[in-house]
Design a protein around this ligand. Sequence first.
Ligand SMILES: Nc1ncnc2c1ncn2[C@@H]1O[C@H](COP(=O)(O)OP(=O)(O)O)[C@@H](O)[C@H]1O
Ligand SMILES: [Mg+2]
Length: 235
Amino acid sequence: MSDELLRVDGLHVSYGRVRAVRDVSFTAPRGELISLVGANGAGKSSVLGAVSGLVRPKSGTVHYDGANITRWPAHRRVAAGMVLVPEGRQILTTLTVAENLLLGGWRRRRAAATIAEMYELFPVLAQRRDLSAGTLSGGEQQMLAIARAMVAQPRVLLMDEPSMGLSPKLVDEVFRVIETIRATGVTIVLVEQNARRALRAADTGYVLETGVVSHSGPAPRLLADRRVVDAYLGG
Ligand SMILES: Nc1ncnc2c1ncn2[C@@H]1O[C@H](COP(=O)(O)OP(=O)(O)O)[C@@H](O)[C@H]1O
Ligand SMILES: [Mg+2]
């Protein structure tokens, strides 16, 4: 058994003539947190789209747990434990909090038990379980999006900008939750514009610049790298 749960090799994603992702490769070792950081438009969501099966790559491969899953449909990847927390939450605002969580657990055994665990991890969701999700604050909606993904019992969690649009206090809370999830052994691929914050949480980091990996390595090394700091971390 390889210690890599996820491996992406030579990924290219294009939208018509827009070459969004060019020759991107990375690995996510089991139980680790890796982060893809980069500015708006760098190609981060396109990478996660290709990994989760929502975007068809032009070329390149995705291996998961030793299998080449490049052509698997998205639902098969979810069934195998690869779950996306999409950019912008994408919760169903007219359904209740509880209904959103149930959707995360459809076809999962022990879904009720996992939902109960999520209410413990996110007491605010327990308090609001019968309210429509649209009444939640932005921070609460992000917690719901993360909790819903956890109800799907991921082995690898793909998180697309979970801290986007949140106040500093809520950003802290989101990163605490990410640490808690990581401590349970879930492998995490964290995509963030908040590069400094994401790299502090990560084992390994990849800097994406207009579709290309410009820097990569152990996250502490990137945080100490003058070129990375000057170009991406605001001095
Ligand atoms: N559906 C799409 N159609 C056309 N261009 C797209 C589409 N999605 C993303 N792009 C373009 O691809 C590039 C990468 O976008 P994206 O992956 O969303 O970057 P990020 O998530 O880092 O902000 C950008 O130039 C963006 O405008
Ligand atoms: Mg994005």
